[in-house]
Design a protein around this ligand. Structure first.
Ligand SMILES: Cc1ncc(COP(=O)(O)O)c(C=O)c1O
Length: 460
């Protein structure tokens, strides 16, 4: 019998879910702030960067937002994605727990990222935009945006963090196939890149620097916009299609999770999968009211577990408004771990708020223990996880082993955010026992915290 729970195409959700609707009016998210004027950032701060269709969603508190037909049409190339019972992993672990994964790796670029890339390309096209510029860490986001821009006939330019550019050369090739230009960041094409290269010509790059480069290029031309693959409210919104599908898939097998888990870079795949479940819990509608929600990050970039909950910029050159989030400081450059998509100094403000309010738990793991989990997964379930995804798998295995000790038959579900077919360098090092673990030093955290912007949000 198949372990896959397949949702019929006609059941694909036609609306995205917005968790902000559970927060208003009593406990709304803190506004992004313009750090120069010390005023909440208004549309004028963001119009040069994003199209209006996206900005409206960024500010929206509506619970449900329609997915346009043009977006549905492209998403249906690979959606609905399967929810899969990982029975072979359960047997290997000898756990009474049931383990399910939502397989977002079946998208053509190989991850959850096109769920938002397609939507963002659509809103840009609708407003006559000709070029979209972005950053990418692991290369998954850059590939997803290249894929989406190709469908809407928009030129795509990607600043790829240099360490990942070197670790994953075929991600760049994939972006080229879909017609994008790709540069190893920091580059000498922008002021932010040149400044970094002056300080350190060997700089490995960071998502914060690559974002600065992309934003600088976007604001210089009115037919060019910037696109972000994570962190912001509209990105989380677009990702909720995976959690909404999963709720229907659990209904099909008359089950419901006790715990939902996702890895966190900027927070989008974890939020997209878990927030529809969390919304049910917040409204008192969850089939299991004790449902737990767990975010997993690397010890080399421990934003949620060791960062500060404070206003900070989204990028290194302070181009973005300041947002209230967990942060390690916008000028923090994490160690070159192989989970390039988890090397971000901040986190989604919405996710940060939910962690701060203890609605969501956070844990951090070293890369070796995550690769160990990934290899167990590959040898039992057969699928090769992205290094980012392996963090979620580590947490799942630990939960399942805890169930083995206690004898509890919990249902554990996680987002299988992407495959690792372009990430073989990290696997080689792990199998040769050459992979190094990094814990971010406390001194470094304190140093970057000294540079946080000083803004005072209005009293709400
Ligand atoms: C496969 C995969 N999973 C997870 C992430 C982390 O990003 P986010 O936290 O936005 O889901 C990335 C980012 O590149 C990724 O490529």
């Amino acid at each position: 019998m198949s372990n896959q729970i397949i949702l019929p195409s006609r059941e694909m959700p036609g609306k995205w879910y917005n968790i902000v609707s559970e927060m208003v009016p009593d406990n709304p998210p803190a506004p992004p702030m313009n750090a120069v004027t010390n005023q909440p950032a208004g549309p004028e701060d963001l119009i040069p960067v994003f199209p209006m269709g996206v900005l409206e969603q960024e500010m929206s508190a509506d619970p449900w937002i329609d997915i346009p037909d043009e977006v549905m049409d492209i998403l249906s190339i690979w959606r609905p994605t399967p929810l899969v019972r990982a029975k072979r992993l359960e047997e290997y672990l000898g756990t009474p727990a049931k383990i399910y994964y939502k397989n977002e790796s079946v998208s053509p670029p190989g991850s959850h990222k096109p769920n938002t890339a397609v939507a963002q390309a659509y809103y840009n096209k609708r407003e006559g935009i000709k070029n979209i510029v972005t950053e990418t860490g692991a290369g998954q986001w850059g590939s997803a945006l290249a894929f989406a821009c190709n469908f809407f006939d928009i030129k795509c330019t990607v600043f790829m963090v240099k360490v990942s550019y070197e670790q994953k050369p075929y991600r760049k090739s994939l972006m080229h196939v879909w017609g994008a230009d790709v540069f190893a960041s920091p580059t000498n094409k922008t002021a932010a890149g040149r400044k970094m290269l002056e300080i350190d010509p060997e700089c490995p790059g960071s998502l914060g620097i690559a974002i600065s480069e992309a934003v600088q290029m976007a604001v210089a031309d009115e037919k060019t916009k910037y696109s972000l693959g994570s962190v912001l409210n509209h990105v989380l919104l677009h990702q909720t299609i995976s959690g909404l599908e999963s709720i229907k898939q659990f209904e099909m097998v008359d089950d419901y999770p006790d715990v939902v888990i996702g890895c966190v870079g900027g927070g989008s795949n974890m939020a997209g999968f878990t927030l529809p479940f969390l919304g049910q819990r917040m409204r008192g509608e969850a089939k299991k009211p004790g449902l737990r929600v767990v975010a997993v990050e690397p010890t080399a970039c421990p934003t949620l577990t060791r960062g500060m909950y404070a206003y900070d910029f989204g990028d290194q050159a302070q181009m973005t408004p300041a947002m209230l989030m967990y942060t390690l400081g916008h000028d923090f450059i994490p160690a070159g771990i192989h989970a390039g998509g988890l090397r971000y100094h901040g986190d989604s403000p919405l996710l940060s708020k939910l962690v701060n309010e203890k609605e969501i738990e956070a844990v951090a793991y070293h890369q070796n223990e995550c690769y160990e989990a990934a290899v167990i997964f590959a040898r039992t379930e057969g699928l090769l996880p992205a290094p980012e995804t392996s963090h979620a798998i580590r947490a799942v295995i630990n939960e399942a082993l805890e169930c083995k000790k206690t004898g509890e038959a919990k249902t554990i579900a996680f987002n299988y955010s992407g495959h690792g077919h372009f990430d073989m360098g990290g696997y080689d090092l792990y199998l040769e026992d050459k992979l190094i673990d990094y814990a971010h030093p406390e001194e470094e955290i304190k140093k970057s915290m000294a540079n946080l912007p000083k803004v005072t949000p209005p009293q709400m």
